[in-house]
Structures are given as C-alpha cells and as structure tokens.
Design a protein around this ligand. Structure first.
Ligand code: IMP
Ligand code: MG
Length: 172
C-alpha cells in the first residue's frame, strides 16, 4: 500500500478514551442507545463503548455502501436496521467518518421519525470542510481536512480494515 500513517494505534487509543469520558459526562445518568454504523465504525465503536461507564444499549445499522467509489451518492438503503426500540430514547450514532454529512442526516431523520428523544453523532474523524448538508458532529476524535483514509475499521474496496493505525492513501 502506498500510504502514510497519520494516527498511530496509541494516539487513537488515548483519544478514544477521552471521547468516552466526554460522552459519559454529557449524558450523565441518562441511558443511551449507541448505534454503530457498519462496517467502518466497528473497531472505533467497540473501543468507545468499552471505555464508557454510563448505561449503554448497543445496536447496529448498515447503509448501502459507496460500492467501491470514494464518494456517497446521497441515495441510501438500510442493509441492516436497528433492533432496539428508539422511542423516547437518546440515540448516539457512532460513525467512522463524517464527510458530506448525507448519511448521518439520513439516519438522524430516520431515528427522530421513529420517536427518538435525541440524536447525536460521535465520529472518529470529521471532514467538516466537505459538508454538503449542515450537519454538526457532537463528539469528534480528529479533524481531517483532506485525503482518503483507511485502517482502524475503514476500508478502500474492503481492504485495509484490520490495520491498527489510520493511514492516508496516496493514490485515492
Ligand atoms: P457522508 O455521507 O458523505 O458523510 O459519508 C460518510 C461515509 O463515507 C463514512 O461512513 C465512510 O464510510 C465513508 N468515507 C468518507 N471518507 C472516507 C475515507 O476517507 N475513508 C474511508 N471511508 C470514507
Ligand atoms: Mg461508514
């Protein structure tokens, strides 16, 4: 792979622990449903919820993918839906990267429509300069102004997900 490691395993570990305490402090005694957006967020999600100390129910969704392209089309399908009832509950969507913001906007509307009391976003990486919809992440690991990254759960055409660090691909 032609790439450069931009966040090492150790740097990610300590930032994820900080995020977990931020989230704990924010929700306090309120129970939450943490929804992992598969597949990219799976490692971030498992490290994050393990480091959290508040009352968390875990759930999972999977959106139709980029299909090996590097940008989203804005048209979504749910390949896997949540199982927990979201009515009257605080939902925290856990995502690897927020880019255009379209997929988070879609999920947020969907969950609010199902009666969630609140919907917030935790993203490991935020490409906020690239938003096409006005969506603000509530809890962010790192800002990423440019580049396509892989590793720590994230892929390019299903490759590189199992790398422990986060890498910028040179040729994407
Ligand atoms: P959005 O709907 O444009 O915000 O797309 C966000 C989704 O695009 C994330 O869940 C990622 O799966 C994917 N994505 C965006 N940028 C990258 C990247 O640099 N590497 C891997 N996946 C990415
Ligand atoms: Mg994703």
């Amino acid at each position: 792979m032609e790439g450069i490691e931009i966040f090492s395993r150790g740097v990610i570990e300590s930032r994820v622990r900080e995020l977990a305490s931020e989230i704990d402090r924010f929700y306090g005694d309120e129970p939450i449903v943490a929804v992992c957006v598969l597949k990219g967020a799976f490692l971030f999600f498992s490290d994050l919820v393990r480091a959290m100390r508040n009352d968390v129910t875990v759930d999972f969704v999977r959106l139709s993918s980029y299909e090996d392209r590097t940008e989203s089309s804005g048209v979504f399908r749910l390949l896997k839906d949540t199982e927990a009832s979201l009515v009257g509950r605080h939902v925290l969507i856990v995502e690897d990267i927020i880019d255009s913001g379209r997929s988070m906007e879609y999920l947020s509307k969907l969950f609010l429509g199902r009666g969630a009391k609140s919907v917030r976003f935790a993203a490991l990486l935020d490409k906020k300069e690239r938003r096409v919809v006005p969506l603000v992440a509530d809890f962010v690991g790192f800002d990423l102004p440019r580049g396509f990254v892989v590793g720590y759960g994230m892929d390019y055409a299903e490759k590189y997900r199992t790398l422990p660090g986060i890498w910028i691909l040179q040729d994407a």
